[in-house]
Write a protein that binds this ligand. Structure first.
Ligand SMILES: Nc1nc2c(ncn2[C@@H]2O[C@H](COP(=O)(O)OP(=O)(O)OP(=O)(O)O)[C@@H](O)[C@H]2O)c(=O)[nH]1
Length: 379
């Protein structure tokens, strides 16, 4: 019974495959893209940070080596950091190191500015926000000691001069980094969130739909079938399971090629899409086997199945005018007392194989075979 075989194993395997397909491309993209993403923000943040720092150094009549350190950090380092990471065989790891250096630099600026309150707080905040915006887990926490280290080391060299008062010109010069950098980081975060949302939609589609036929995927169909069984317990509304298997599908593949076999599956799925009522669930269980749950009693479901049967028999394939296909169909109506999914599918499966045997022996059934009530043992 193919429907039940390895249901749990499939779910477990799905998780494993999911983890693999999610992590590898995501990781490699992150590895190579991080330096480019950070470069723009670093040039912007440090470039704008140079405004209040430069103004303050001028107000302080700072010695040349203060200026040299500030120029090196604000104007040279962003480009050096990018080249360092970009030219590396491990750009992600090197860029992570660069981000920690950013924190050391931000910390070192504080004693150089004599602890001038507004630009000091601003630089430390911006440096921390940059770490958070990369999305690298725990980076901002790991960078915090580096920031303190930069502050202490420069403080020891410069003598921890304490002058926290902020002049109006320095306050005004601090505004661009406050406004522009904050907006740039937010925009970066926004784009990231939008991309994740798009990827989530794609992942959801990959989970829900079968790539070839656009019917429901096996995993999604199984969860819908379980939900139908749970609902049936409370509302007792009719539900009938249809199992479909393409006849001699292997021969079609062998004679007309695998691509034509795919065309046949797609054409059958299209016919099913057009003929099933709203709130039905049609899924491809694998290979040439399709399962449909109809919100109908057996007689109405049999009428739908007969229409699907007729539509499939009338399918034409322009490249191969002689190609005709047929399907074997088994139906099982859910009895009022309910069934497990295994029992329900075994009942439909039994009917489907009965129909297939009839077709193979040349005794095509008059109508799609179906049963109502308790399951029968698969023969
Ligand atoms: N073209 C194509 N073939 C597939 C796909 N998945 C499975 N198959 C083939 O489908 C065939 C299924 O054959 P079976 O259902 O075992 O046998 P059959 O020839 O249909 O015979 P009956 O079911 O007894 O009528 C196999 O040859 C598989 O290789 C697919 O996605 N595309």
């Amino acid at each position: 019974m193919r429907l039940n075989a390895g249901m749990e194993r499939d779910q477990a395997a799905g998780k494993t495959v999911g983890r693999r397909t999610l992590d590898r491309p995501g990781q490699s993209a992150r590895l190579t893209a991080l330096p480019s993403h950070v470069y723009g923000l670093r040039v912007l943040g440090m470039g704008l940070g140079a405004l209040p720092v430069g103004l303050l150094l001028q107000e302080m009549h700072a010695p040349w080596h203060y200026w040299a350190w500030a120029a090196l950090c604000c104007l040279v380092w962003p480009h050096a950091a990018y080249l360092r990471a970009h030219g590396s065989a491990t750009p992600f790891r090197v860029e992570r190191g660069n981000l920690v250096v950013d924190s050391i630099i931000a910390g070192s600026m504080v004693p150089i500015m004599h602890f001038c309150l507004l630009p000091s707080v601003l630089l430390l905040t911006v440096a921390t926000a940059d770490k958070i915006s990369t999305g690298i887990r725990g980076l901002w926490l790991r960078a915090a000691p580096a920031m303190v280290l930069g502050l202490l080391a420069t403080g020891l060299v410069t003598g921890f001069v304490w002058d926290p008062e902020t002049s109006m010109p320095v306050l005004v010069a601090s505004l661009p980094i406050l406004v522009i950098h904050t907006l740039a980081v937010s925009l970066y975060g926004y784009r990231l969130v939008r991309r994740v949302q798009r990827q989530n939609l794609r992942l959801d589609e990959l989970y829900r739909l079968d790539g070839l036929t656009r019917l429901e995927s096996r995993a999604h169909w199984l969860s819908q079938a379980e939900a139908t069984l749970r609902r049936h317990k409370s509302d007792a509304l009719p539900a009938t399971l249809i199992l479909i298997d393409v006849d001699h599908f292997k021969d079609i593949n062998d004679r007309y090629g695998h691509a034509t076999g795919d065309d046949v599956l797609r054409a059958i799925a299209d016919a099913i899409h057009h003929l099933i009522p709203l709130h039905s669930h049609a899924g491809r269980l694998g290979g040439d086997e399709i399962a449909i749950i109809l919100p109908l009693a057996l007689a109405d479901a049999a009428a739908v199945a007969a229409r699907i049967d007729a539509a499939v028999e009338s399918l034409e394939f322009p490249r191969f005018p002689a190609l005709r296909c047929s399907i074997s169909i088994g139906l099982s109506e859910l009895p009022p007392q309910g069934l497990s999914l295994r029992e329900w599918s075994e009942a439909a499966d039994h009917e489907m194989y009965r129909a297939k045997r009839a077709r193979h022996s040349g005794r095509a059934p008059q109508a799609p075979a179906g049963c109502s009530g308790l399951p029968v043992a698969a023969s």
